[in-house]
Design a protein around this ligand. Structure first.
Ligand code: TNX
Length: 514
C-alpha cells in the first residue's frame, strides 16, 4: 500500500502522459487525466485527501451545494458548507485571462482552491476536481475511497463560448428524467448548451396553450408508431432549471417551415388546401411545409415563439430551416423574413440550420448559423459570415452522434459517414470551413437525431465516447490537439462511465483499462 502511494506520488510528480491503464483501474488519477484537456497543468508532489469533515467554503452557494451533492453518494460524507474550509471556491483572485468561464485550481496536501470570475467558472473548476478524484466517486452507493486528489495547478479557459449537445426528442420522445441525466453527463465535459429539437414531422413535444392540439394530438406518436409524448410547461421549466444549476443554457428549436407534419396534422388551417394530413411515423425528410401564403401561419408562428420565449431564459431561439424541400426558395425566404424578426422582437437571437444563409434571407441581429454540411466549403455560409453571422459547427460527417461507429453498429445510420471516435476528434472547428475564420465560430455542437434511437441506453451508447471528443474540440486550445494524448485521457474516462452505468461504445481505437 505504502509502495503504491509512493509510486502514485511519483507518477503525479512526473506525469506528462496519462498513467498506465492498470493505475486507472486501481482508482488513482493523475493531473493529466482530464477531458477536455486544460490550457495548462502543472503537477506537484503529494495529494489532498478528502475526509468526512472536510468543509467547503464558497462565494457561490449553488456551486457549493452542487459539489457537496456530487461527492455525497460515493463518499458517504455529508461535507459541511462553512465560511472557511479546506475546499474553497472563490470569486476573486483568478487571473484575468481565464475570462468568464475559466478557473484556476490549486491542489496542495492541505487544501483545494478554485478561483474564477463567475459561478460558471467555479462550476467548470468543480468538473475538473471531480475528474481528479478516483472514478469510483461517480458511484451512487458508498465506496471505500481513499478520496485523493493529486496536487498541482490547473489554469484553464475555453476556446469557444458555445459548446453544445443536441437531443432530438421529436423522432422518439425522451422523458424529463432522461433529459436531466443527459444534462448531468454533458456537464462533466464542460458543455454549456443543450439544444432540444422540439418539433418535427413525427411529433410536437412542447405544450403551447394557444394551440393545444400541437402537443395533445401532434405529440401523440413517434417514429415507428409508439405513444410519443410531450413536455408540459412545468416539465420544460424543470429541465431549464436543472440545466441552469449546471450552468447549461437550453436552446429550444421549433423547426419551420419544413419538418412540420405534426403541426399540419393538428390544425387543418395551417395547410394551403385546408386539409390536415395524417400523423407521420416514418423517417423520410423534406415533404412538409407550413403554408407560407396564409396569414394564419404567421399568427401561429408568433404565438408559438411568444410562449416559447417566455419559458426560455436563454438568449437563443432555434427556428430550424433545414430541408425545406417542399417550400420554394422564394417562399422560404419570404417566410423566414417574417418569422426571424418575431424572435428578435421577443428579445431573442435567431439560430437556424445553415440553410438560413440563403441570400434572400435577411440577416437578423446576432444571427447564428448551425453548419451541418459535409463539405469544407459553403460560399453562402461564408457570405453570411461576412455579413456578420456567427457559426456553430456541427458537420454531419464529424459530429452527428446518430451515425454508426462502424458497419456493425446496431443503431444509427450512415448517410453522412461512419464516425469512429478519431473521426469525431480529428478536425478543427476553427479552420473547417473556407471563409469562416475562427473569430466567426461561436462553437461546436454534437447533435443526436433519434430516428433509430429509442431508449436512454441507446442515447448513451451513441454519445459516449464521441460527445467528449466534440466537447474537447469546443473547450481545449488548438495547441492541445493530439490524438495520441486524447485517446489515453479518454481511456481514463472509461471507468467513470462504467461507474455511472453508461454502456459506452468500447471503440477499438482506445485502450480501455481493465
Ligand atoms: C438530417 S441535419 C436532418 C435531420 C435528420 C438527420 C439524420 C438536419 C438539419 N436535418 O432531419 O434527423 O439528418 O441524421
Amino acid at each position: 500500500m505504502v509502495r503504491m502511494f509512493v509510486l502514485g506520488t511519483l507518477l503525479v510528480a512526473f506525469a506528462v502522459v496519462a498513467p498506465p491503464p492498470a493505475a486507472v483501474a486501481q482508482g488513482r488519477t493523475a493531473m493529466h487525466d482530464l477531458v477536455p484537456a486544460p490550457v495548462s497543468v502543472r503537477p506537484a508532489p503529494g495529494a489532498f485527501a478528502l475526509r468526512p469533515g472536510t468543509a467547503i467554503a464558497s462565494d457561490d452557494a449553488g456551486v457549493a451545494a452542487y459539489l457537496a451533492g456530487v461527492l455525497r453518494p460515493a463518499t458517504g460524507y455529508r461535507l459541511p458548507i462553512r465560511r472557511e474550509g479546506a475546499i474553497s471556491l472563490r470569486l476573486k483572485g483568478a487571473p484575468a485571462h481565464v475570462g468568464r468561464e475559466g478557473y484556476q485550481l490549486d491542489v496542495t496536501p492541505r487544501s483545494v482552491t478554485i478561483k474564477a470570475r463567475t459561478a460558471a467558472g467555479l462550476f467548470n473548476g468543480v468538473q475538473t476536481l471531480r475528474q481528479l478524484l478516483p472514478a469510483s466517486v461517480e458511484s451512487t452507493t458508498v465506496r471505500p475511497g481513499p478520496w485523493r486528489v493529486p496536487a498541482g495547478r490547473v489554469v484553464d479557459h475555453p476556446r469557444f463560448a458555445y459548446r453544445g449537445a443536441m437531443l432530438d426528442v421529436a423522432r422518439h420522445f425522451h422523458p424529463v428524467d432522461t433529459v436531466k441525466r443527459y444534462i448531468d453527463r454533458i456537464a462533466l465535459y464542460k458543455i454549456n448548451h443543450l439544444h432540444l429539437h422540439l418539433s418535427d414531422d413525427q411529433g410536437w413535444r412542447i405544450a403551447i396553450d394557444t394551440w393545444p392540439r400541437l402537443a395533445s394530438y401532434g405529440g401523440s406518436t413517434q417514429v415507428g408508431g409508439g405513444p410519443g409524448g410531450h413536455y408540459t410547461k412545468t416539465d420544460y421549466r424543470e429541465i431549464v432549471a436543472h440545466a441552469a444549476r449546471r450552468h447549461i443554457t437550453i436552446v429550444p428549436e421549433i423547426d419551420v417551415p419544413g419538418h412540420t407534419n405534426a403541426a399540419l396534422a393538428s390544425y387543418p388551417e395551417l395547410n394551403c388546401d385546408g386539409v390536415a394530413p395524417p400523423l407521420y411515423t416514418g423517417t423520410r425528410v423534406g415533404f412538409s411545409s407550413l403554408c407560407t401564403s396564409k396569414e394564419i401561419t404567421y399568427t401561429f408562428v408568433r404565438d408559438v415563439l411568444a410562449e416559447l420565449a417566455a419559458l426560455t431564459p436563454g438568449p437563443y431561439l432555434h427556428l430550424g430551416g433545414d430541408e425545406a424541400d417542399a417550400t420554394s426558395d422564394a417562399d422560404f425566404a419570404a417566410f423566414l423574413n417574417r418569422a426571424h424578426p418575431m424572435a428578435v422582437s421577443l428579445g431573442k437571437t435567431v439560430v437556424g440550420w445553415h440553410q438560413i444563409a440563403a441570400p434572400a434571407v435577411r440577416h437578423s441581429p446576432g444571427r447564428v448559423l448551425q453548419y451541418w454540411g459535409l463539405s469544407g466549403s459553403d460560399p453562402q455560409v461564408a457570405e453570411a459570415v461576412s455579413g456578420g453571422a456567427k457559426v456553430i459547427m456541427s458537420p454531419a460527417n464529424k459530429t452527428y452522434l446518430d451515425m454508426k461507429y462502424d458497419p456493425t453498429t446496431r443503431l444509427g445510420t450512415t448517410w453522412a459517414s461512419l464516425i469512429e471516435v478519431r473521426t469525431a476528434y480529428d478536425w478543427d472547428p476553427g479552420a473547417h470551413l473556407t471563409g469562416v475564420p475562427e473569430s466567426a465560430v461561436l462553437g461546436v455542437e454534437a447533435p443526436l437525431w433519434t430516428e433509430t434511437i429509442v431508449t436512454e441506453d441507446d442515447l448513451e451508447y451513441m454519445a459516449f465516447p464521441r460527445l467528449p471528443a466534440v466537447a474537447e474540440l469546443g473547450w481545449s486550445p488548438r495547441s492541445a490537439h493530439d490524438w495520441e494524448g486524447f485517446r489515453e485521457r479518454l481511456a481514463a474516462q472509461g471507468p467513470r462511465w462504467e461507474t455511472l452505468g453508461i454502456g459506452f461504445h468500447r471503440s477499438p481505437q482506445v485502450s480501455w483499462p481493465g
